[in-house]
Design a protein around this ligand. Structure first.
Ligand SMILES: [Fe+2]
Length: 280
């Protein structure tokens, strides 16, 4: 990148970052703000777990689309890293603990649990464990809430707002047109790194302490730990794409904004429902 390009890039990056930072889903999400306070009933957490499991499971469709539509082998591999990790391939890491070495017998039964799984490295040479699938983490989160496999993850379990979000992910995030998919990824990852995981962890921590001591929170703490890596990744992807002759900033921004509107639908749906439940 020349100095002039670098200046242009920084200008554009600021425009994108402002767009994300000023979107209402980042500035004032009423659901996560309420959730964080921790005044949650068991039914609140059950409803949250169900809708979140639908998003998390259906996200695989969007990620698969993103992967098969990738414009280069490199970006196909990057998408594959996320997809394979989601379904249970652990990053190969220097930490023997991840792979089950040096663990007690009790801990060996827990290989693949998110509190033992690393957030850095590559799936290249990593090992697969059913228990390491993120959906299985959510199933274990649902267990003490009385939720089973039959209650989680399918479209039929999703409210219209949740299903709308999943469809927008598949449509925009999974799009083959480079700028659209890239703009959506940038928006999703920077939204995800903007603090909502911490709000969820805080609220769930209070609920766990008060009335559900066996509730495993590691699905949430693991994702909170990994988000900064993902966000940094989309920033370098943008930097790389910016110098290409076919770079289209308007398309990128439009996709980023539309994707955040999809994210908004999900949280506002949860908010509307909890208000209705609490008013009843
Ligand atoms: Fe995940």
């Amino acid at each position: 990148m020349t100095v002039a390009q670098s200046v242009e890039f920084e200008k554009f990056q600021k425009e994108v970052d402002d767009l994300v930072a000023s979107h209402v889903v980042v500035t004032s999400n009423p659901y996560t703000a309420w959730f964080e306070k921790g005044d949650l009933s068991r039914e609140d957490v059950r409803q949250f777990a169900k809708q979140f499991s639908v998003f998390s499971n259906q996200f695989l469709v969007a990620q698969l689309k993103k992967m098969i539509n990738a414009e280069s082998l490199e970006s196909m591999r990057e998408s594959k890293e996320i997809l394979a990790n989601e379904i249970g391939v652990m990053f190969r890491s220097p930490h023997a603990k991840d792979q089950g070495h040096g663990l007690s017998d009790d801990e060996k039964d827990r290989v693949g649990d998110p509190d033992l799984v690393g957030t850095e490295g590559s799936i290249e040479g990593g090992s697969f464990h059913f228990r390491a699938g993120h959906f299985e983490w959510l199933l274990r989160f649902g267990e003490p809430l009385g939720l089973t496999f039959e209650d989680m993850g399918k479209r039929k379990h999703g409210w219209p707002s949740t299903v709308y979000f999943c469809d927008e992910l598949a449509r925009i995030y999974g799009d083959g047109e480079g700028m659209v998919g890239m703009g959506a990824s940038y928006a999703v990852e920077h939204w995800a790194a903007s603090g909502f995981w911490k709000q969820l962890i805080k609220g769930l921590g209070a609920f766990k302490q008060r009335q559900c001591p066996t509730l495993p929170l590691a699905f949430f703490t693991w994702h909170d730990r990994i988000e900064d890596n993902h966000a940094a990744h989309t920033t370098s992807e943008l930097r790389e794409a910016f110098s290409r002759s076919d770079f289209n900033g308007q398309l990128f921004l439009k996709a980023a904004n539309e994707m955040l509107d999809g994210v908004k639908a999900f949280w506002w749906g949860l908010d509307e429902e909890r208000r209705r439940r609490h008013a009843a």
